[in-house]
Write a protein that binds this ligand. Structure first.
Ligand code: PLP
Length: 380
């Protein structure tokens, strides 16, 4: 029995019952020693799990606010920023930089492909950049960037802060900030952490915190590291009210991660993604991202000829499963399916069954069991 439509968009995905229960708890005062201790231990776990030598800021807001926070604390008006874009979310940094009066250069890939490393290396050697931005996984294309290799390149450019948008990746794709030479990383609660929307987490290492100090007063108030740092170090202090229940929900999602282990969690995502992607292909879709750059957290499926986007996604809805549409030039030509967080075989089998029924309803005859069979046979 499914109580409501199964949400299989690239965030949120279905939320574990134990996480939901945290959101339904009786609220506590944010100064209550019990909550203070919960918040403290969440911050410390977040630093440890993702290898951050600085601080983690789990705050109210969405991934987009984290993008703004990352830029605001890393560069000042007139600084140069290098934007590496693999799609819609990579491009979002363009407008953010534009509005902040930063000078920026953009390296964009074709959708489904990546910007080659030598292009990034060349750009870095031509100008003095304050920061570089890269999306670990761009949700519009399902492409995973080679973030470790980019981190390696950046060792030759120690003045450039490495900002990684991990919104559709972190806690699904394996992330070690120290090993990848990352300075700033952020994500939203509704993506691979498997919580509901409403929180973001931004990690800033010591280099990033030093950069912030060197900027003096910045125009932004709510997203200023300096405002939040004293609270992250001692949550009995107040700057702005923490989202108590959402913080508990994040804490429970982190407890699940610790129990599973981060490497095992990544391997689980990888196994399911590979099996799902074979199933999608067996059903007649093609996958936008080139095989070597496919994310483990979501898939972007280009429709077979003749499949109408609106009728297909409506048919999916009637089957009780919600999936997302394509963005920009892929609107109407593609759908996007999230398979991150704590969702697993029980949800994926239902989703694949719904795909089979919806395809048949929409005139693309596929034998029943095609997708479910391909998926299950690759799982074990
Ligand atoms: C979802 C997403 C965002 C935006 O996050 P919101 O929580 O919707 O503001 C940014 N970057 C990437 C890669 C995303 O997937």
């Amino acid at each position: 029995m499914i109580n409501d439509r199964l949400v299989m968009i690239p965030g949120p995905t279905p939320i574990a019952r134990s996480i939901q229960e945290q959101m339904g708890r009786e609220v506590q005062a944010f100064g209550d020693p019990r909550f203070v201790s919960d918040y403290k231990s969440l911050i410390s776990d977040l630093k440890e799990l993702f290898f951050c030598d600085g601080i983690a800021f789990p705050l109210a807001g969405t991934g987009t606010l984290a993008m703004e926070m990352a830029i605001s604390n890393s560069a000042k008006r007139g600084d140069n920023v290098l934007i590496v874009s693999h799609g819609f979310f990579g491009d979002r940094f363009i407008e953010i930089c534009e509005r902040k009066g930063l000078n920026y250069d953009v390296l964009s890939s074709e959708w489904g492909d990546i910007v080659p490393l030598d292009k990034i290396s060349e750009a870095l050697s031509q100008k003095k950049y304050a920061a570089i931005t890269v999306s670990h996984v761009d949700t519009s294309t399902g492409v995973r960037a080679p973030i470790e290799e980019i981190g390696e390149l950046l060792k030759k450019h120690p003045g450039v802060l490495y900002i990684v948008d991990g919104v559709a990746a972190t806690a699904g794709e394996y992330t070690d900030m120290a090993a990848a030479n990352m300075d700033v990383l952020f994500t939203g609660s509704q993506k691979a952490f498997g919580c509901s929307p409403g929180m973001f987490i931004l990690w800033a290492n010591n280099r990033a915190l030093e950069r912030r100090k060197s900027l003096g007063t910045i125009p932004e108030y709510f997203v200023d590291y300096e405002k939040w740092l004293p609270i992250m170090e001692d949550p009995t202090k107040y700057f702005a009210t923490p989202a108590v229940n959402q913080i508990w929900a994040l804490q429970e999602s982190v407890r699940i991660m610790k129990e599973e282990g981060m490497k095992a969690r990544f391997e689980r995502h990888k196994l399911h993604a590979a099996a799902l992607q074979e199933a999608f292909i067996a059903l007649g879709f093609s996958i936008l991202a080139k095989k070597e750059y496919r994310a483990v957290t979501l898939s972007n499926l280009v429709y077979p000829d003749g499949l109408d986007d609106a009728s297909f996604r409506n048919a999916m809805m009637e089957e009780g499963v919600v999936i997302a549409g394509g963005l920009k030039e892929y609107a109407g030509k593609m759908c996007r399916i999230g398979h991150m967080g704590n969702a697993g075989a029980p949800e994926f089998v239902v989703m694949l069954g719904a795909l089979e029924r919806a395809l048949n309803k929409c005139g693309a005859a596929v034998p029943y069991g095609t997708g479910v069979g391909a998926y299950l046979s690759l799982l074990s």
